[in-house]
Design a binder for this molecule. Structure first.
Ligand code: G3P
Length: 218
């Protein structure tokens, strides 16, 4: 499973990209609202840092306007993917954008039937949300499993991006069920990295090395 980072914070993208683990980036209007700067400049700089798909979300709601916005965003860099929220207007826009070789990430997907529609319209990616289902007391992991199963057994090339990831457990569940991609907030990357036994082990090794060095010198 490929790992994307879900943020518009360039410093965080550079930090995680430095680990050599990133295959792409996803953003949304909420994530952009948390950072300063012109959105197009941010997308451009993200594309310089990460060599992979970078999702930039359209804010238009009518299909012709979505097509115009998606086309404009795609012109920023070849790695830009137009992110469209699941709707009839988005399906129509996706069909036309895909015909022009502009990749679409269909977001705000909560069910397998929605994912199937996105795939049939030609979306390159579909983003089922895990955490937001959990927020309302439903099982987001099971929704993701439905989407993965349905797209796996269909003939579409659409890749599944497990989105709205809140914990390392979500990431592991997505990987186990065969999701193509998980888009992960920086905080969850840090949670995946750390373990108290790793920290304790490094401290012990460092202490024992230093003790031996001191004994050798003495
Ligand atoms: O980028 C879409 C998705 O990952 C948002 O996640 O945490 O706002 O539900 P969240």
């Amino acid at each position: 499973m490929k790992l994307f980072v879900d943020t518009a914070d360039l410093a965080e993208i550079e930090r995680i990209a430095g680990w050599g683990v990133l295959s792409g980036v996803t953003t949304n209007p909420t994530l952009l609202s948390k950072v300063d700067g012109d959105a197009d400049d941010i997308y451009r700089r993200v594309c310089e840092v990460v060599d992979g798909p970078v999702s930039a979300e359209v804010v238009a709601v009518e299909h012709e306007e979505m097509i115009a916005e998606g086309t404009r965003l795609a012109a920023i860099h070849p790695n830009i993917v137009g992110k469209l929220p699941m709707s009839a207007e988005s399906l129509e826009a996706t069909t036309r954008l895909a015909a022009d070789d502009i990749r679409v990430n269909m977001t705000l997907c909560f069910t397998a039937p929605q994912a199937l529609l996105a795939a049939a319209a030609g979306a390159a990616f579909v983003s089922p949300f895990v955490g937001r289902f959990d927020d309302i007391g439903q099982d987001g992991v099971e929704c993701l499993r439905d989407v993965v199963e349905v797209l796996e057994t269909s003939s579409y090339d659409t890749e599944v991006i497990a989105a709205s990831i809140r914990t390392p457990v979500h990431v592991m569940e997505a990987a186990r069920m065969g999701s193509d991609i998980a888009t992960i907030p920086p905080k969850v990357f840090d949670q995946m990295l750390r373990h108290p036994l790793t920290t304790a082990g490094i401290e012990t090794f460092t202490r024992d090395y230093e003790a031996r060095q001191a004994a050798t010198k003495g």
